[in-house]
Write a protein that binds this ligand. Structure first.
Ligand code: NAD
Ligand code: DAU
Length: 351
């Protein structure tokens, strides 16, 4: 069936995997990648599909409501998959307002544009909001995991902004009948991950023999999901999720940061032909992140039971694949760390 979908944040880490999956899997869909190309947006993530006839890029900032309304009028989307966001917790501590503008106001602008375009004809339309497990706050009881009924308790400006956006999405469903679906996912890892986040930062630092900064004592626990598994979950939920529902997505891979980094050090020593124990010497404990949540863990039973999705990789397998990608794509990392990647848009599309 022919459809036009707007995917926001498609030049980012997860968004680029979602765009690639949809463009390749659904040749009948027109996929519009809407992205402002902030520091986190990199069109080089999508060079393999950039010339596909069912793909197109639009440089638009979701904080610009008028631009959004105009684009919705010309594109006439049947669906929106919304991933665009400021996504890094540390940046939210130094600049919370950037997170309020994009994550809260930007999401409201998108909801408004969809409501205005679809009013009176909501059948077959879908607004999918991609959110995070961080809205649930920190787990303190062993064995307990976040379910879709866990009370919201965000602690960072990032998670507070995502929580606010989730509430607005549900409010547009309940108030205006906007056909929405939401998911809250745990920590992703994999290829094209911006090297400010723990795993790609550590891979890059190990390669250059630089210190690996571990916040506090490294005892914080995260539940890691391979990014392609997340993209598959988004595809499943977008097509089969029930209207107004929320689905938790998780990897069932809980690791303390220190154990994760020790495993990564072993893999890197092996791949780089260094003596075992070499990379571990780079581990450096630094001042903890303010408001650092101790443990996240997702119960994704609802998604598995109702829609049949399963994570496909354990962390050990996914991490090795990830390291292989970073070592085979050092040019990508160099272009990101030097800032050269930001010239790609002008070269490809002009000013
Ligand atoms: P990312 O930072 O890698 O990418 C974000 C993308 O959004 C970039 O391409 C950026 O240019 C774009 N963007 C930012 N502000 C924009 C604006 N104002 N207008 C238009 N585009 C804008 O993020 P990610 O890690 O890929 O996360 C994508 C989504 O998934 C986010 O909503 C995030 O909250 C959510 N999420 C991420 C994780 C994770 O582990 N990375 C886990 C769960 C949920
Ligand atoms: O849980 C989902 C969230 O996962 C997403 O919503 C966020 O967008 C995404 O960035 C990620 O948030 P985290 O804060 O968990 O990811 P980050 O890679 O920044 O940190 C992972 C853990 O590692 C966390 O406990 C903080 C710690 N850390 C991070 C960095 C960057 C360090 O110890 N040292 C570091 O240098």
């Amino acid at each position: 069936m022919k459809k036009t979908l707007i995917i926001t944040g498609g030049a980012g880490f997860i968004g680029s995997h979602v765009v690639r999956l949809f463009v390749r899997k659904y040749p009948d869909y027109q996929i519009v990648n809407l992205d402002a190309l902030t520091y986190a947006g990199n069109l080089e993530n999508l060079t393999d599909i950039a010339s596909f006839p069912n793909y197109r890029f639009e440089k638009v900032d979701i904080t610009d409501s008028e631009r959004l309304i105009a684009l919705f009028k010309t594109c006439q989307p049947d669906g929106v998959v919304h991933l665009a966001a400021e996504s890094h917790v540390d940046r939210s501590i130094t600049d919370p307002f950037a997170f309020i503008r994009t994550n809260v106001m930007g999401t409201c602008n998108l909801l408004h544009a969809a409501k205005e375009l679809w009013k009176g004809a909501m059948d077959g339309k879908r607004f999918y909001h991609v959110s995070t497990d961080e809205v649930y706050g920190a787990l303190t009881v062993d064995g307990v995991r976040f379910t879709e009924h866990t009370r919201y308790d965000p602690h960072s400006p990032y998670s507070a902004s995502k929580a606010a956006s989730d509430h607005f999405v549900r409010a547009y469903h309940d108030t205006y009948g906007l056909p929405v679906v939401l998911s809250n996912c745990s920590n992703n890892y994999g290829s094209h991950h911006f090297p400010e986040k723990l795993i790609p930062l550590a891979i890059n630092n190990i390669r250059h023999n630089r210190p690996i900064p571990i916040y506090g004592k490294g005892e914080n626990v995260r539940d890691w999901l391979y990014v392609e598994d997340h993209a598959r979950a988004i595809d499943t939920i977008f097509h089969h999720g029930k209207d107004g529902e929320t689905y938790n997505i998780g990897g069932n891979n809980e690791w303390t940061n220190i154990d994760l980094i020790r495993l990564l050090c072993k893999i890197m020593d092996e791949k780089l032909g260094r003596a075992q124990g070499t990379s571990e010497k780079l581990i450096t404990f630094v001042t903890d992140r303010a408001g650092h949540d101790l443990r996240y863990a997702i119960d994704s039973d609802k998604l598995q039971r109702e829609l049949g999705w399963q994570p496909s990789l354990k962390l050990e397998e996914g991490l090795e694949k990830t390291v292989d990608w970073y070592l085979a794509n050092t040019a990508w990392v160099e272009r990101v760390t030097s800032g050269v990647y930001q010239q790609y848009y002008e070269k490809q599309y002009g000013k």
